[in-house]
Ligand binder design. Structure first.
Ligand code: CA
Ligand code: CA
Ligand code: CA
Ligand code: CA
Length: 406
Protein backbone atom coordinates (compact mmCIF):
# COMPACT_ATOMS: atom_id res chain seq x y z
CA UNK A 1 0.00 0.00 0.00
CA UNK A 2 2.75 2.43 0.82
CA UNK A 3 5.79 1.28 -1.06
CA UNK A 4 8.59 3.80 -1.50
CA UNK A 5 7.68 6.17 -4.30
CA UNK A 6 9.97 6.89 -7.24
CA UNK A 7 11.90 10.01 -6.41
CA UNK A 8 11.97 11.51 -9.85
CA UNK A 9 10.37 10.86 -13.15
CA UNK A 10 12.32 7.93 -14.57
CA UNK A 11 11.38 8.82 -18.09
CA UNK A 12 13.33 12.04 -17.79
CA UNK A 13 16.35 10.32 -16.38
CA UNK A 14 16.55 7.31 -18.64
CA UNK A 15 14.68 8.11 -21.84
CA UNK A 16 16.45 5.54 -23.99
CA UNK A 17 16.16 2.82 -21.38
CA UNK A 18 12.43 3.46 -21.09
CA UNK A 19 12.07 3.41 -24.87
CA UNK A 20 13.95 0.11 -25.10
CA UNK A 21 11.84 -1.44 -22.36
CA UNK A 22 8.66 -0.17 -24.02
CA UNK A 23 9.63 -1.56 -27.44
CA UNK A 24 10.78 -4.79 -25.81
CA UNK A 25 7.48 -5.10 -23.98
CA UNK A 26 5.51 -4.68 -27.18
CA UNK A 27 7.33 -7.59 -28.75
CA UNK A 28 7.34 -9.82 -25.70
CA UNK A 29 4.84 -12.34 -24.48
CA UNK A 30 1.86 -10.95 -22.60
CA UNK A 31 2.83 -12.90 -19.49
CA UNK A 32 5.93 -10.76 -18.99
CA UNK A 33 3.80 -8.29 -17.01
CA UNK A 34 1.19 -5.70 -17.72
CA UNK A 35 1.61 -3.48 -20.75
CA UNK A 36 1.21 0.26 -20.75
CA UNK A 37 -2.22 1.16 -22.08
CA UNK A 38 -4.12 4.43 -22.53
CA UNK A 39 -6.45 5.14 -19.63
CA UNK A 40 -9.59 4.53 -21.67
CA UNK A 41 -8.58 0.87 -22.06
CA UNK A 42 -8.70 0.34 -18.29
CA UNK A 43 -11.93 -0.70 -16.61
CA UNK A 44 -12.87 -2.16 -13.27
CA UNK A 45 -15.14 -5.07 -12.38
CA UNK A 46 -17.02 -4.38 -9.15
CA UNK A 47 -17.16 -7.04 -6.44
CA UNK A 48 -19.58 -6.17 -3.62
CA UNK A 49 -18.36 -7.92 -0.48
CA UNK A 50 -20.85 -6.29 1.90
CA UNK A 51 -23.47 -3.53 1.75
CA UNK A 52 -23.47 -2.71 5.46
CA UNK A 53 -21.45 0.00 7.18
CA UNK A 54 -18.80 -1.70 9.32
CA UNK A 55 -15.59 0.23 8.70
CA UNK A 56 -13.99 3.10 6.82
CA UNK A 57 -10.70 1.33 6.36
CA UNK A 58 -9.68 -1.96 4.77
CA UNK A 59 -6.69 -4.27 4.54
CA UNK A 60 -5.56 -7.12 2.30
CA UNK A 61 -3.54 -10.29 2.85
CA UNK A 62 -3.74 -14.06 2.44
CA UNK A 63 -5.56 -14.80 5.69
CA UNK A 64 -5.96 -18.57 5.19
CA UNK A 65 -2.66 -19.16 3.39
CA UNK A 66 -4.25 -20.69 0.28
CA UNK A 67 -2.36 -18.41 -2.10
CA UNK A 68 -5.29 -16.06 -2.73
CA UNK A 69 -5.33 -12.55 -1.29
CA UNK A 70 -8.26 -11.94 1.05
CA UNK A 71 -9.80 -8.72 2.39
CA UNK A 72 -10.09 -7.62 6.04
CA UNK A 73 -12.41 -4.84 7.22
CA UNK A 74 -13.88 -4.05 10.63
CA UNK A 75 -14.98 -7.30 12.31
CA UNK A 76 -14.73 -9.48 9.19
CA UNK A 77 -12.39 -11.05 6.74
CA UNK A 78 -13.65 -11.95 3.28
CA UNK A 79 -12.26 -15.09 1.69
CA UNK A 80 -11.15 -14.93 -1.92
CA UNK A 81 -12.21 -15.74 -4.57
CA UNK A 82 -15.92 -15.75 -3.59
CA UNK A 83 -15.52 -13.32 -0.66
CA UNK A 84 -17.17 -15.56 1.92
CA UNK A 85 -17.55 -13.53 5.12
CA UNK A 86 -15.88 -14.69 8.36
CA UNK A 87 -16.02 -12.98 11.75
CA UNK A 88 -12.71 -12.09 13.31
CA UNK A 89 -14.15 -9.89 16.09
CA UNK A 90 -17.60 -9.26 17.64
CA UNK A 91 -19.86 -7.46 15.18
CA UNK A 92 -21.26 -4.09 16.23
CA UNK A 93 -24.01 -2.15 14.50
CA UNK A 94 -23.21 1.26 13.04
CA UNK A 95 -25.48 3.65 11.18
CA UNK A 96 -24.17 5.53 8.16
CA UNK A 97 -26.27 8.61 8.93
CA UNK A 98 -25.83 8.67 12.70
CA UNK A 99 -22.16 8.18 13.49
CA UNK A 100 -18.88 6.42 12.91
CA UNK A 101 -17.43 2.95 13.19
CA UNK A 102 -14.52 1.79 15.35
CA UNK A 103 -12.41 0.70 12.36
CA UNK A 104 -10.52 3.31 10.39
CA UNK A 105 -7.24 3.00 8.44
CA UNK A 106 -6.13 -0.63 8.44
CA UNK A 107 -3.25 -2.77 7.27
CA UNK A 108 -2.42 -6.45 6.78
CA UNK A 109 1.00 -7.63 7.98
CA UNK A 110 2.50 -10.55 9.84
CA UNK A 111 3.09 -8.80 13.15
CA UNK A 112 4.27 -11.81 15.17
CA UNK A 113 6.38 -13.46 12.45
CA UNK A 114 4.49 -16.77 12.46
CA UNK A 115 3.89 -16.83 8.70
CA UNK A 116 0.23 -15.73 8.95
CA UNK A 117 -0.93 -12.23 8.05
CA UNK A 118 -2.43 -10.32 10.96
CA UNK A 119 -4.86 -7.39 10.88
CA UNK A 120 -3.75 -4.00 12.21
CA UNK A 121 -6.62 -1.58 12.77
CA UNK A 122 -6.63 2.09 13.74
CA UNK A 123 -9.80 2.81 15.69
CA UNK A 124 -11.61 6.12 15.81
CA UNK A 125 -9.19 9.09 15.57
CA UNK A 126 -7.54 9.69 18.94
CA UNK A 127 -8.56 6.24 20.16
CA UNK A 128 -6.80 2.90 20.24
CA UNK A 129 -4.80 1.03 17.63
CA UNK A 130 -4.97 -2.74 17.84
CA UNK A 131 -3.67 -5.75 15.99
CA UNK A 132 -5.70 -8.90 15.64
CA UNK A 133 -3.69 -12.12 15.66
CA UNK A 134 -4.44 -14.51 12.81
CA UNK A 135 -5.51 -17.82 14.42
CA UNK A 136 -3.92 -19.94 11.67
CA UNK A 137 -7.18 -21.31 10.25
CA UNK A 138 -8.60 -22.06 13.72
CA UNK A 139 -12.18 -20.88 14.30
CA UNK A 140 -13.25 -18.12 16.64
CA UNK A 141 -12.45 -14.49 17.13
CA UNK A 142 -8.87 -13.36 16.76
CA UNK A 143 -6.79 -12.47 19.82
CA UNK A 144 -6.55 -8.68 20.20
CA UNK A 145 -3.30 -6.88 21.09
CA UNK A 146 -3.05 -3.17 21.92
CA UNK A 147 -0.43 -1.11 20.06
CA UNK A 148 -1.32 2.28 21.57
CA UNK A 149 -4.27 3.62 23.51
CA UNK A 150 -4.31 6.83 21.50
CA UNK A 151 -3.42 7.79 17.95
CA UNK A 152 -4.47 11.05 16.34
CA UNK A 153 -4.52 12.67 12.89
CA UNK A 154 -7.20 11.28 10.58
CA UNK A 155 -4.61 10.17 8.02
CA UNK A 156 -2.36 8.30 10.43
CA UNK A 157 -1.11 5.25 8.63
CA UNK A 158 1.38 2.55 7.80
CA UNK A 159 4.80 3.30 6.31
CA UNK A 160 8.29 1.78 6.60
CA UNK A 161 10.10 4.54 8.46
CA UNK A 162 13.41 2.83 9.27
CA UNK A 163 13.79 0.99 5.95
CA UNK A 164 13.91 -2.50 7.45
CA UNK A 165 11.28 -3.74 5.00
CA UNK A 166 8.57 -3.86 7.66
CA UNK A 167 5.85 -1.28 7.80
CA UNK A 168 5.59 0.89 10.91
CA UNK A 169 2.77 3.05 12.29
CA UNK A 170 2.82 6.87 11.97
CA UNK A 171 0.45 9.26 13.73
CA UNK A 172 0.14 11.64 16.65
CA UNK A 173 -0.39 11.53 20.37
CA UNK A 174 -3.13 14.18 20.74
CA UNK A 175 -2.64 14.45 24.51
CA UNK A 176 0.96 15.69 24.13
CA UNK A 177 0.82 17.16 20.64
CA UNK A 178 3.67 14.94 19.46
CA UNK A 179 3.98 13.36 16.03
CA UNK A 180 5.37 9.85 16.57
CA UNK A 181 6.08 6.59 14.86
CA UNK A 182 5.76 3.14 16.34
CA UNK A 183 8.36 0.66 15.15
CA UNK A 184 6.71 -2.64 14.28
CA UNK A 185 8.11 -5.66 16.12
CA UNK A 186 11.10 -7.42 14.57
CA UNK A 187 11.46 -10.05 17.30
CA UNK A 188 8.67 -12.62 17.73
CA UNK A 189 9.58 -12.75 21.42
CA UNK A 190 9.01 -9.01 21.90
CA UNK A 191 5.81 -7.86 20.22
CA UNK A 192 5.78 -4.31 21.56
CA UNK A 193 5.61 -1.49 19.03
CA UNK A 194 8.32 0.92 20.21
CA UNK A 195 7.25 4.58 20.24
CA UNK A 196 9.72 7.01 18.67
CA UNK A 197 9.34 10.78 18.67
CA UNK A 198 9.20 12.78 15.45
CA UNK A 199 8.15 16.22 16.70
CA UNK A 200 8.40 18.49 19.68
CA UNK A 201 5.29 18.56 21.92
CA UNK A 202 2.41 20.83 20.87
CA UNK A 203 3.23 20.56 17.18
CA UNK A 204 0.83 21.22 14.31
CA UNK A 205 -0.92 18.27 12.69
CA UNK A 206 -1.18 16.35 15.95
CA UNK A 207 -4.73 17.05 17.13
CA UNK A 208 -7.20 14.18 17.44
CA UNK A 209 -8.97 15.20 14.23
CA UNK A 210 -6.03 16.86 12.46
CA UNK A 211 -6.36 16.55 8.68
CA UNK A 212 -3.43 15.85 6.38
CA UNK A 213 -0.49 13.48 6.80
CA UNK A 214 1.90 11.83 4.44
CA UNK A 215 5.28 10.15 4.25
CA UNK A 216 7.62 10.95 1.39
CA UNK A 217 11.15 11.98 0.52
CA UNK A 218 10.87 15.77 0.43
CA UNK A 219 14.57 16.61 0.04
CA UNK A 220 15.50 13.64 -2.17
CA UNK A 221 18.08 12.16 0.19
CA UNK A 222 16.46 8.72 0.22
CA UNK A 223 14.78 9.03 3.60
CA UNK A 224 11.04 9.09 4.37
CA UNK A 225 10.09 12.52 5.70
CA UNK A 226 6.78 13.27 7.43
CA UNK A 227 4.49 15.78 5.67
CA UNK A 228 1.61 17.79 7.14
CA UNK A 229 -0.16 20.79 5.65
CA UNK A 230 1.90 23.13 7.85
CA UNK A 231 5.25 21.73 6.71
CA UNK A 232 7.44 18.66 6.97
CA UNK A 233 9.78 16.94 9.39
CA UNK A 234 13.14 15.95 7.91
CA UNK A 235 14.08 12.34 8.65
CA UNK A 236 17.48 12.09 10.34
CA UNK A 237 19.94 9.31 9.50
CA UNK A 238 18.66 7.40 12.53
CA UNK A 239 14.88 7.91 12.57
CA UNK A 240 14.72 6.84 16.23
CA UNK A 241 16.77 9.95 17.02
CA UNK A 242 14.00 12.52 17.52
CA UNK A 243 12.81 15.15 17.43
CA UNK A 244 13.28 15.62 13.70
CA UNK A 245 13.90 19.09 12.23
CA UNK A 246 10.69 20.80 11.10
CA UNK A 247 10.51 22.84 7.90
CA UNK A 248 7.44 25.10 7.79
CA UNK A 249 5.64 25.07 4.42
CA UNK A 250 2.21 26.24 3.29
CA UNK A 251 0.84 23.00 1.86
CA UNK A 252 -2.77 23.97 1.41
CA UNK A 253 -6.03 23.24 3.11
CA UNK A 254 -7.15 20.43 5.39
CA UNK A 255 -6.65 17.22 3.45
CA UNK A 256 -6.28 13.45 3.53
CA UNK A 257 -3.11 11.50 2.63
CA UNK A 258 -0.27 13.66 1.25
CA UNK A 259 2.35 12.59 -1.29
CA UNK A 260 5.77 13.97 -2.19
CA UNK A 261 6.07 13.79 -5.97
CA UNK A 262 7.94 15.86 -8.55
CA UNK A 263 4.85 16.69 -10.57
CA UNK A 264 6.53 18.97 -13.13
CA UNK A 265 9.75 16.97 -13.38
CA UNK A 266 12.11 19.81 -12.47
CA UNK A 267 14.02 17.90 -9.81
CA UNK A 268 12.16 19.43 -6.86
CA UNK A 269 9.54 17.54 -4.95
CA UNK A 270 6.01 18.90 -5.02
CA UNK A 271 3.15 17.72 -2.80
CA UNK A 272 -0.23 16.27 -3.84
CA UNK A 273 -3.27 16.38 -1.54
CA UNK A 274 -7.07 16.17 -1.63
CA UNK A 275 -9.67 17.83 0.56
CA UNK A 276 -10.99 15.56 3.29
CA UNK A 277 -14.42 17.13 3.74
CA UNK A 278 -14.69 20.01 1.30
CA UNK A 279 -14.01 20.35 -2.43
CA UNK A 280 -10.58 20.17 -4.00
CA UNK A 281 -7.69 18.11 -5.31
CA UNK A 282 -4.38 19.94 -5.49
CA UNK A 283 -0.71 19.85 -6.26
CA UNK A 284 1.49 22.24 -4.35
CA UNK A 285 4.44 23.31 -6.48
CA UNK A 286 7.79 23.84 -4.82
CA UNK A 287 9.50 27.00 -6.08
CA UNK A 288 12.99 28.05 -5.04
CA UNK A 289 14.59 31.43 -5.67
CA UNK A 290 18.32 32.04 -6.28
CA UNK A 291 18.91 32.33 -2.55
CA UNK A 292 17.29 28.96 -1.95
CA UNK A 293 14.13 30.39 -0.37
CA UNK A 294 11.23 28.02 -0.90
CA UNK A 295 7.68 29.00 -1.76
CA UNK A 296 4.69 26.82 -2.51
CA UNK A 297 2.11 27.56 -5.18
CA UNK A 298 -1.11 25.54 -5.13
CA UNK A 299 -2.65 24.32 -8.42
CA UNK A 300 -6.04 22.65 -8.84
CA UNK A 301 -6.19 19.10 -10.20
CA UNK A 302 -9.95 18.53 -10.32
CA UNK A 303 -13.18 19.54 -8.63
CA UNK A 304 -15.56 16.78 -9.70
CA UNK A 305 -16.73 15.80 -6.20
CA UNK A 306 -16.26 16.63 -2.51
CA UNK A 307 -15.07 14.64 0.54
CA UNK A 308 -11.96 13.12 -1.09
CA UNK A 309 -10.87 11.67 2.28
CA UNK A 310 -8.69 8.91 0.80
CA UNK A 311 -5.96 9.28 -1.81
CA UNK A 312 -3.43 6.90 -3.33
CA UNK A 313 -0.58 7.57 -5.75
CA UNK A 314 -0.02 4.53 -7.98
CA UNK A 315 0.53 3.70 -11.66
CA UNK A 316 -2.83 2.26 -12.74
CA UNK A 317 -2.18 1.87 -16.48
CA UNK A 318 1.51 0.87 -16.31
CA UNK A 319 2.77 3.75 -18.44
CA UNK A 320 5.45 4.59 -15.88
CA UNK A 321 3.58 7.61 -14.56
CA UNK A 322 2.01 7.60 -11.12
CA UNK A 323 -1.72 8.22 -11.22
CA UNK A 324 -4.18 9.20 -8.47
CA UNK A 325 -6.98 7.12 -6.99
CA UNK A 326 -9.62 8.75 -4.82
CA UNK A 327 -13.37 9.07 -4.40
CA UNK A 328 -16.02 10.51 -2.19
CA UNK A 329 -16.03 9.48 1.45
CA UNK A 330 -19.75 8.86 1.35
CA UNK A 331 -21.59 10.60 4.21
CA UNK A 332 -18.30 11.56 5.88
CA UNK A 333 -20.11 13.87 8.28
CA UNK A 334 -23.53 12.23 8.17
CA UNK A 335 -24.99 14.79 5.80
CA UNK A 336 -23.32 17.99 7.04
CA UNK A 337 -20.50 18.34 4.48
CA UNK A 338 -20.90 20.11 1.14
CA UNK A 339 -21.99 17.65 -1.54
CA UNK A 340 -22.68 14.84 0.94
CA UNK A 341 -25.72 13.73 -1.02
CA UNK A 342 -23.96 13.77 -4.39
CA UNK A 343 -22.99 10.63 -6.28
CA UNK A 344 -20.43 8.56 -4.32
CA UNK A 345 -17.82 8.17 -7.02
CA UNK A 346 -14.53 6.32 -7.13
CA UNK A 347 -12.20 7.82 -9.74
CA UNK A 348 -8.69 7.31 -10.98
CA UNK A 349 -6.80 10.19 -12.50
CA UNK A 350 -4.38 9.39 -15.33
CA UNK A 351 -1.28 11.55 -14.97
CA UNK A 352 -0.14 13.42 -18.06
CA UNK A 353 3.32 14.78 -17.30
CA UNK A 354 4.83 17.81 -18.94
CA UNK A 355 5.56 21.45 -18.37
CA UNK A 356 1.88 21.91 -17.65
CA UNK A 357 1.05 18.65 -15.94
CA UNK A 358 -2.54 17.49 -15.94
CA UNK A 359 -4.69 14.54 -15.00
CA UNK A 360 -7.49 12.85 -16.97
CA UNK A 361 -10.26 11.61 -14.70
CA UNK A 362 -11.69 8.12 -15.25
CA UNK A 363 -14.74 6.90 -13.36
CA UNK A 364 -14.30 3.58 -11.56
CA UNK A 365 -17.71 3.39 -9.85
CA UNK A 366 -20.66 5.61 -8.95
CA UNK A 367 -22.15 3.81 -5.96
CA UNK A 368 -19.47 3.33 -3.30
CA UNK A 369 -16.73 5.93 -2.77
CA UNK A 370 -13.75 5.66 -0.45
CA UNK A 371 -13.31 5.52 3.30
CA UNK A 372 -10.59 7.36 5.19
CA UNK A 373 -8.14 5.68 2.84
CA UNK A 374 -8.17 3.62 -0.33
CA UNK A 375 -6.06 0.51 -0.90
CA UNK A 376 -4.47 -0.01 -4.32
CA UNK A 377 -2.78 -3.35 -4.84
CA UNK A 378 -3.00 -6.31 -7.21
CA UNK A 379 -4.99 -8.86 -5.22
CA UNK A 380 -6.11 -11.06 -8.12
CA UNK A 381 -2.63 -12.15 -9.22
CA UNK A 382 -2.69 -10.69 -12.72
CA UNK A 383 -0.22 -7.85 -11.98
CA UNK A 384 -2.92 -5.23 -12.58
CA UNK A 385 -3.56 -2.82 -9.71
CA UNK A 386 -6.97 -3.34 -8.08
CA UNK A 387 -8.80 -0.89 -5.80
CA UNK A 388 -10.18 -1.95 -2.42
CA UNK A 389 -12.40 0.21 -0.20
CA UNK A 390 -14.58 0.01 2.91
CA UNK A 391 -16.90 2.86 3.81
CA UNK A 392 -20.44 3.72 4.81
CA UNK A 393 -21.73 1.98 1.64
CA UNK A 394 -20.02 -1.31 2.47
CA UNK A 395 -16.92 -3.19 1.35
CA UNK A 396 -15.89 -3.37 -2.31
CA UNK A 397 -13.16 -4.70 -4.58
CA UNK A 398 -12.68 -3.11 -7.99
CA UNK A 399 -10.78 -5.59 -10.13
CA UNK A 400 -8.81 -3.98 -12.91
CA UNK A 401 -9.43 -5.27 -16.40
CA UNK A 402 -8.04 -4.26 -19.76
CA UNK A 403 -9.68 -3.87 -23.14
CA UNK A 404 -7.45 -4.35 -26.12
CA UNK A 405 -8.12 -2.58 -29.41
CA UNK A 406 -8.69 -5.20 -32.05
CA1 CA B 1 -6.62 -16.57 0.91
CA1 CA C 1 0.96 -13.53 12.20
CA1 CA D 1 8.75 20.04 -9.03
CA1 CA E 1 -0.02 5.87 -15.20
Amino acid sequence: MHLPRPKINRKNRYPFLVLLIFVGTLGACADKGPQAVPGDQVSFKKHTLLTEFIAEGVAVGDVNNDGLIDVMAGPYWFEAPDWKKHELAPVKTFYYDKGYSDAFISYGMDVNHDGWVDFVRIGFPGKEVQWFENPQNQSGHWKVHLITESLGNESAGFYDIDGDGRVDLVGSIPETGEMVWFKSPTDPNDLRWKKCVISEPNSPGTAQYAHGLGVGDMNLNGRPDIIIKEGWWEAPEDPTNGPWVFHPAALGEACAQMYAFDVNGNGMQDVISTSAHQLGMWWHEQIRDDQGNVQWVTHDIDDAFTQTHGLELVDINNDGHLDLVTGKRYFAHMGADPGEFDTPYVYWYEFQPGETPSWVGHEVDDDSGVGVHVVTQDITDDSLIDIIVANKKGVFVFEQQRQTNK
